[in-house]
Design a protein around this ligand. Structure first.
Ligand code: PLP
Length: 304
């Protein structure tokens, strides 16, 4: 059985035990959250939506003017090497982080960074975050930043807005927080996108104050492909309370039903038929799509 300490972390071309996997205290990411990242899942020896994640990483880095010196092929190889080193091929979550790099001195100026970005890849065995019977949300007192302050299309590592919202959820004893945008429309949950179902129609907020999640995009595309009506529009909190069903989407949480929002029971207070349909659609796709990890060793040591 591999202990946590035995896991190998990829840092700038090296695979190091967790206790030795360190980033400088002068790294722009450590000092200011100045990084871009992706959370990626691995199912049955295949990396799910790998290209979409790398595309988003490059787009986010471009917006922040972080010059990523590694091409997609190199990043893919680094991910595969990390998975192989840890014998992780299933029920695995990969966190890939590209920081702006190490500063010569403290201070936010990107010009203080000397040398290139830092690449970190952490692969962990991780079942879906939440119980598939459903989660409860509370609306946060905070708003999600709009594109005029910090574009939600940039998938950056400064997660303080989400962390402050999560503190409110924790204090309320529920699993996650719901954040609104500056107009009071629903944006997303603290680390997942939100969908609601009413009268057979599926709706999700416009990606103006939420991340354009890869799972969100996939659900929209696949549900439409199945002939289900899906619209992207402004949603009010009252519509969430009155929905027949609400569910969250994200790489980490997959598809998870929401059974309560701000103390109001959603629909029947249990996973609804549309949520179950979307969930099984997602399970089917994750079960047969993705980029195979080359030279994957069939059985992991834990299971051997
Ligand atoms: C703020 C936020 N919203 C939504 C998501 C879900 O996005 P995806 O489906 O691409 O994992 C994430 C995932 O990292 C996130 O950080």
């Amino acid at each position: 059985m591999m202990s946590l300490a035995d896991f190998l972390i990829y840092i700038n071309g090296q695979l190091l035990p967790r206790s030795e996997a360190r980033v400088s205290v002068f790294d722009a990411s450590f000092q200011s959250g100045d990084n871009v990242w992706e959370g990626i899942r691995v199912y049955g020896g295949r990396v799910f939506e790998l290209k979409a994640h790398l595309d988003r990483l490059y787009d986010s880095a471009k917006a922040l003017e972080i010059r990523v010196p590694w091409g997609a092929r190199e990043l893919e190889e680094a991910i595969f090497a990390t998975l192989r080193a840890n014998h992780l091929y299933d029920e695995t979550h990969v966190r890939l982080i590209v920081t702006r790099g190490e500063r010569r001195t403290s201070g936010i100026n990107p010009n203080f960074v000397e040398g290139g970005p830092t690449l970190v890849i952490i692969a962990e065995r991780k079942p879906p975050l939440f119980d598939k019977r459903g989660v409860r949300l509370v609306t946060s007192s905070l708003r999600r930043p709009m594109p005029d302050s910090l574009s939600p299309l940039i998938h950056h590592g400064n997660q303080l807005n989400s962390i402050l919202a999560k503190l409110e959820a924790n204090r309320s004893g529920v699993e996650a927080a719901l954040l609104l945008d500056h107009h009071g429309f629903v944006a997303e949950a603290d680390s997942a996108n939100l969908f609601l179902v009413k009268g057979g129609e599926i709706s999700t907020p416009l990606a103006s104050a939420c991340l354009a999640g890869i799972t969100r995009g996939l659900v929209i595309r696949e549900a439409r492909g199945e002939g289900l009506p899906v619209v992207e529009r402004n949603l009010s909190l009252a519509e969430v309370y009155a929905a027949d069903e609400v569910f969250l989407t994200g790489t980490l949480v997959e598809i998870v039903p929401v059974i309560e929002v701000d103390g109001r029971r959603i629909g029947a207070g249990k996973p609804g038929p549309m949520t179950l349909r979307v969930s099984s659609l997602y399970r089917r796709i994750t079960g047969n799509q993705g980029t195979p990890v080359p030279d994957a060793v069939a059985a992991s040591p834990e299971r051997a």
